[in-house]
Design a protein around this ligand. Sequence first.
Ligand SMILES: NC(=O)c1ccc[n+]([C@@H]2O[C@H](COP(=O)([O-])OP(=O)(O)OC[C@H]3O[C@@H](n4cnc5c(N)ncnc54)[C@H](O)[C@@H]3O)[C@@H](O)[C@H]2O)c1
Ligand SMILES: O=C(O)CC[C@@H](O)C(=O)O
Length: 387
Amino acid sequence: MYKINCLNPIAAVGLDLLTENYENAGSFREADALLVRSASMHELELPPSVLAIARAGAGVNNIPLEKCAESGVVVFNTPGANANAVKEIIIASLLLASRDIVAGINWVNSAKDDPDLAKLVEKTKAKFAGTEIKGKRLGVIGLGAVGVLVANAANRLGLEVYGYDPFISVRAAWNLSRHIKPIKSLDELYRTCDFITVHVPLADSTKGMLNEEAFALMQEGVKILNFSRDAIVNDDDMIAALRSGRVKRYVTDFPNPKIAGVKGVIAIPHLGASTAESEDNCAIMAVEQLMDYLENGNIKNSVNYPNCDMGVCAQAGRIAIHHKNIPNMLSQFTSTFAREDINISDMTNKSKGKWAYTLLDIDAPSTPAMAEGIGKIDGVLRVRIVL
Ligand SMILES: NC(=O)c1ccc[n+]([C@@H]2O[C@H](COP(=O)([O-])OP(=O)(O)OC[C@H]3O[C@@H](n4cnc5c(N)ncnc54)[C@H](O)[C@@H]3O)[C@@H](O)[C@H]2O)c1
Ligand SMILES: O=C(O)CC[C@@H](O)C(=O)O
């Protein structure tokens, strides 16, 4: 029986996949595995019982990935599962940034009791006139699951789209419309575009990338969309750029007391992935990945451990070993089994950066003594008897 705890509400269609082998842990302190959306886990002291964390979503900056890897906790995310929801809100935001729809609606609400409202509307509407998006230049920074969908959809709406991603995956490149113009440097993108939308993960390399220096290169009156993470934009520099007119509108999914209410800011309460469809997709993917890991030791879409798939175990035993990615580990594992005269019938060893994962099928039932023996090998972080 595995105990699961949800740190945020997770869509029922995903939780319904959990079989009678799973129960609600009540608290993360008693859990074998956790499901989470945006709750920050940096301050949580996880108990040793926690084997895995599944993030129902893309961004994992709320999870201490290295700390988890060091203790053999696999962290999953759900790549692409909410990308369409974000693409749709970006299209809406391009329009919100171009037409003064938000101010117009607010004005109507404030004048709603005026008996001459219809007449007043015709007199006042010029104040809220805007421009069209067709023919404008859009720069997309980050061409992953979201960026590719945004670039292609914006192109279909008649924008001239420029894409920048020095690490673009082969899959994303295949999915990108041939009409998207690749751009070689951020400086060139900043100088070229009327709209800029950012779709990169929050990391040391992207933190504060939209700052005073970047704004100085941009077109006067540029419109910026941030549905990635708050810290990718330097708020003080953004406020200065809005005040000077360099940035005309800033649409952000990450309001904070500094930026909310500033003239030119359209702040949305982190709604990028908040659609029924996206929540269902993310929950299903997160739960399926978690179950396959807990029941079979297979890893798919982990952000801190390598992928590894040996299917369902058809042998007497299966053991999963999390270890450092250093020389001489495999020979120590195999000789441990050889000493006990146990045959290894299948084995996969994969690594990702500093960390590695070995899954072994053996011709005898796994025992706690075997796990204890392997656990004593220098560089082993966790040993789990899967079967
Ligand atoms: N607002 C929301 O609700 C919401 C929903 C989904 C994702 N997000 C955020 O958007 C981010 C992107 O989501 P995704 O699903 O497209 O992720 P993804 O991993 O599919 O794509 C990220 C892309 O960014 C690229 N990249 C990384 N560093 C870069 C850099 N310095 N310059 C240019 N490109 C760079 C990568 O190569 C990758 O192609 C997530 O990490 C998350 O923070 C927010
Ligand atoms: O869970 C959410 O609502 C937001 C998820 C989103 O920010 C993501 O990074 O996938």
